[in-house]
Design a protein around this ligand. Structure first.
Ligand code: SF4
Length: 580
């Protein structure tokens, strides 16, 4: 039995740099792969989130791999991709069995089996063991045993049937660790979330009870991945900090095992504490995403996001105190959204001062309370998903809102946020605890780079980008010598043609990081601009292996009248350029 597990492409391409939410194979597919591998099956996982750019690879790969079963991880966004690939697979081999699983398949199992003959089976909910049992039944050709498999749906005698629901895995530690077989960066230590937000499918998908892996089981997974070379992780739990004791245990274990990792996590503003954040930072956490959704109490209540304003404020200020980037998610275009509620969100953003805000228009997906409500209010059926849409914008179902108005809300939120970022930088308040100084320096300089070279550098709505970067680089250096901060400050000074200042800063940087090519190159350039060619050569000759440096060295020798060496380095530059 050859099994392919495919993560298909979405309906709409994300703009460059915004692929994050769609480019990663869901961890559930790795769990299914691991369970099948444990049983000796030949399984391969394919991330086909952008294979539609080179569609010939779909046929080529399927012809080459000759799968007997293809399992698809289906989200609302990529369901058409799954259907299209399934169609191609069926045309190549009508006997291949197509299995849909994942969030969209769980909530739309009847829809897929009713309208798409290329889909043979749907795995509903947690899929590891349902998929395994299905593979075994298919392998043995015992169609009549399908009814005994819990948690699947299929067609029988022209009808769509669903079997009894499968029980969720009671102890997540009993599942094999996918890192034994695969390599990935997105990990989860739990399933489920205590929240019941109306726009979220998690409560219905995972049920009311949140299940936690033990700290040991989770850190073993991190260690396996670490030993494969992974250093950066996304902890993708719905809410990583549900249980304070366990979070601290995980963090302590990461430190004890000497895992030098950097990671980001998702949490709720009412589920973090001083102790949690202290240990998370010490164990390598650099960013936490919080769903704040709205500044309006009324809208948060309508979305069932039961968060108190004080908890939100407290979470953001505590997170920043430990030098962790707090990322805020906001939703707009919600029920009863008005200019007044948008202004409440604007005000809250000014109070919590996040450095990253992600603003989404409220969309409705199957499996959410908003979707059930929409079905009742507007008599919408699952046939709506026969349209080529990823989700349904809430405003389309609300006569009090219009697309124009909602887009204007978004513009207001984004522009105000970008205009105020500079002030947020000025008010950054980090814990004055010596054990965090190195981390604070790293945090400030990274953030500084966001303004000078990263996401905000090209964003004209961000007011005072250079000043913000400078403030952050300077702040970084108050904590510890930081390579990025020296370089960032030096480059800013050079851009302003303040070469003496640049040279001073960069020379200090070189004292701390004598082997740094970047610092030596920048310092050399500053000296050249000050006509200090001998000093420039001292720096540049330390990093002469690049084309750019070769030309600078040639210029210095030229200025000093050594034309033989000038020619030699010009020649070296040309040679390096050819190799490029
Ligand atoms: S939005 Fe977040 S807090 Fe709300 S139910 Fe979903 S995962 Fe839980």
């Amino acid at each position: 039995m050859r099994i392919l597990l495919i993560y298909p492409y979405p309906l709409y391409d994300r703009s460059q740099g915004h692929e994050e939410d769609i480019s990663v194979v869901p961890i559930g597919l790795y769990y299914i792969g691991a369970v099948l591998r444990e049983e000796g099956y030949d399984v391969e996982i394919l991330n086909w989130y952008k294979i539609h750019k080179t569609p010939e690879r779909i046929v080529d790969t399927l012809v080459e791999k000759k799968p007997d079963i293809i399992g698809f991880s289906v989200l609302n966004a990529n369901r058409w991709g799954a259907i299209e690939i399934a169609q191609i697979a069926k045309e190549l081999n009508s006997k291949v069995k197509i299995v849909f699983g994942g969030v969209a398949a769980t909530f739309l199992w009847k829809h897929f089996l009713t309208h798409f003959p290329q889909v043979n089976f749907v795995v509903i909910g947690e899929g590891e063991y349902a998929f395994l049992h299905l593979v075994k039944v298919i392998e043995r050709g015992r169609q009549k045993n399908l009814q005994d498999i819990k948690g699947i749906a299929f067609r029988k005698g022209g009808k769509v049937v669903k079997t009894k629901a499968a029980k969720p895995v009671s102890n997540l530690d009993d599942l094999p660790i996918p890192a034994t077989y695969f390599q990935y960066q997105h990990v989860v230590s739990s399933r489920g979330c205590p929240g019941k937000c109306t726009f979220c499918g998690s409560p219905k998908l995972w049920g009311n009870r949140t299940r936690l892996r033990s700290a040991e089981h989770f850190v073993t997974e991190l260690e396996l991945l670490y030993n494969q070379g992974t250093r950066f992780f996304y902890f993708s739990d719905d809410t990583f900090t549900i249980n304070e004791k366990r979070v601290i245990e995980i963090c302590k274990m990461i430190i004890e095992k000497g895992l030098k990792i950097v990671w980001v996590a998702i949490s709720r503003a009412d589920l973090v504490s001083d102790a949690i954040l202290y240990w998370m930072r010490k164990a390598g956490c650099t960013q936490i995403s919080y769903g704040v959704e709205s500044g309006s109490e009324k809208i948060r209540a309508l979305l069932n996001k039961r968060l108190k304003r004080d908890d939100i404020k407290n979470a953001f200020s505590l997170t920043y105190r430990y030098g962790i980037l707090a990322r805020a998610y906001f939703i707009y275009g919600s029920p009863e959204e008005t200019w007044e509620t948008i202004e409440e969100t604007v005000d809250l953003i000014k109070e919590i001062r996040p450095f990253i805000c992600v603003f989404y228009i409220l969309e409705i997906y199957p499996g959410t309370m908003l979707y059930s409500d929409l079905q009742q209010r507007r008599h919408v059926t699952d046939d709506v998903w026969l349209e080529k849409i990823e989700g349904i914008c809430y405003f389309e179902s609300d006569p009090d809102l219009s697309q124009e108005l909602v887009l204007a809300f978004g513009k207001r939120l984004r522009e105000d946020f970008f205009a105020n970022l500079r002030h947020f930088v000025d008010s950054l308040d980090l814990a004055d605890e010596e054990e965090f100084y190195d981390m604070h320096a790293d945090f400030c300089s990274r953030l500084g780079m966001t303004f000078s070279h990263g996401d905000y550098a090209q964003n004209e709505f961000v007011v005072g980008r250079e000043g913000a970067a400078e403030t952050l680089f300077r702040k970084a250096l108050t904590y510890a010598p930081d390579h990025r901060a020296y370089l960032g400050l030096g480059v800013i000074r050079q851009k302003r043609r303040e070469y003496e200042d640049a040279a001073k800063i960069l020379a200090e940087g070189v004292k701390h990081f004598p082997g740094s090519e970047e610092l030596n190159l920048c310092l050399g350039i500053s000296y050249m601009n000050l006509r200090g060619y001998d000093q420039a050569l001292e720096c540049l000759l330390k990093c002469q292996d690049s084309e750019e440096t070769s030309y600078h060295i040639a210029s210095c020798f030229g200025a000093l009248g050594d034309h033989q060496k000038e020619q030699a380095f010009l020649e070296q530059g040309r040679r390096l350029a050819k190799r490029r």
